[in-house]
Ligand binder design. Structure first.
Ligand code: SF4
Length: 356
């Protein structure tokens, strides 16, 4: 009887090597691609093509709702920005376990490398995740396997431990050498990385945590954070100002349910509204829009059309000075992140105690 395994697959070199090492031991592999919050179609297609070329089964699962819940309330906290990496790994492994049980596979494997990432790929966290996800003895990390406890599959001889590797650390030379000598091509170069680790992006998530009435952002919110200049005008109003024509047309797609300030006679950026645009708030929003318009300076009054109200109004504007603009801009504030960390420590402990 052939043995089966489920491999978490990201399309990066480490996951390619992991697949290669398991494939060589005649194991039937299902590559599991996990989507945290709506992968762009191109990513989805690209990974399914990768998997096809490797000649293994492809399985796509999205965990948006539970992931965004954890983004707001991680059980193990955030990394350098708002990346809840331990929670993220936990959820992926739980999903992999579900798939493993569903298809009757022997084990789950990942491309993790001991010591490669300080938060999640140290022995203590790796062991903890294995235990807490219910994958004890059934989670194989082929790239570092010789440095870790043998799994059930190795003990049972389903997998020959001698053919696995002992890579550790952040260097990539061993992986590149392995790829070269094993003719592994087509993997996606590192770079880009997870957007939650970017400070500019994290700033918008932190703003959501501080000001939104919603329990968690939805995929559309997460998408909008990638575009435009974001300003917090007041507790009740946030605006997003398109950076260029491309940005404007992308942001326009998100206008339903939000509202847009149309500058009517002034050629300017698209301004998306989140919240109540009236009185002083509207004046500030219109003044910022003016500053990023072709005119660039104040003209005293501006006729704007607010799509959410369905009416045109004349708004008094003013020159927005650089320091005011910077004060209103949503930017990364480490102190805010630290404050959230401190405030949520007890909650994290409580959640872990309750659910694990
Ligand atoms: S860096 Fe991003 S994708 Fe990677 S484990 Fe952390 S949260 Fe998940």
């Amino acid at each position: 009887m052939g043995y089966k395994a489920v491999g978490l697959f990201s399309g990066g070199l480490d996951s390619y090597i992991a697949v290669k090492l398991i494939q060589e031991q005649s194991i039937e592999i299902t590559a599991l691609v996990i989507d945290l919050w709506s992968h762009e179609r191109t990513v989805k297609n690209r990974l399914s093509e990768d998997v096809k070329k490797l000649g293994i089964e492809y399985r796509y699962e999205e965990i948006t709702s539970v992931f965004l819940e954890r983004l707001m309330e991680p059980w193990w906290g955030y990394g350098t920005a708002v990346n809840p990496c331990i929670d993220c790994k936990f959820l992926m492994m739980v999903k992999a376990k579900e798939v493993m049980e569903e298809i009757g596979a022997e084990f789950v494997f990942t491309g993790e490398v001991l010591g490669q990432r300080p938060m999640t790929q140290n022995k203590q966290v790796m062991n903890m995740l294995e235990k807490k996800t219910g994958l004890e003895g059934r989670l194989l990390r082929p790239l570092s396997a010789k440095l870790l406890k043998p799994t059930e599959a190795e003990k049972a001889g389903i997998i020959d431990r001698n053919k696995l590797l002992d890579i550790q650390g952040r260097g990539r030379n061993r992986q590149f050498e392995f790829a070269k000598s094993n003719n592994i091509t087509g993997y996606h170069p590192p770079g880009g990385g997870c957007i939650l680790t970017y400070r500019e992006y994290a700033a918008k998530v932190l703003d959501f945590i501080n000001y939104s009435d919603k329990a968690q952002p939805d995929p559309e919110d997460m998408e909008i954070y990638k575009y435009g200049r974001h300003f917090r005008i007041s507790r009740d109003l946030k605006i997003i100002v398109g950076k260029d024509d491309e940005d404007n047309s992308i942001l326009e797609e998100f206008s339903e349910g939000r509202g847009v300030i149309d500058l009517r006679k002034v050629p300017g950026p698209l301004v998306l509204l989140e919240g109540a645009a009236q009185g002083e708030n509207l004046e500030t929003a219109a003044s910022i829009a003016l500053r990023y318009s072709k005119i660039k300076k104040d003209i005293g009054t501006l006729v704007v059309y607010i799509s959410s109200d369905g009416k045109e109004s004349s708004v008094a504007t003013r020159d927005i000075k650089d320091d005011e603009l910077e004060r209103l801009r949503i930017k990364f504030d480490r102190n805010k992140l630290e404050e959230i960390r401190r405030k949520t420590l007890n909650k994290q402990r409580m959640l872990r105690k309750k659910y694990l």
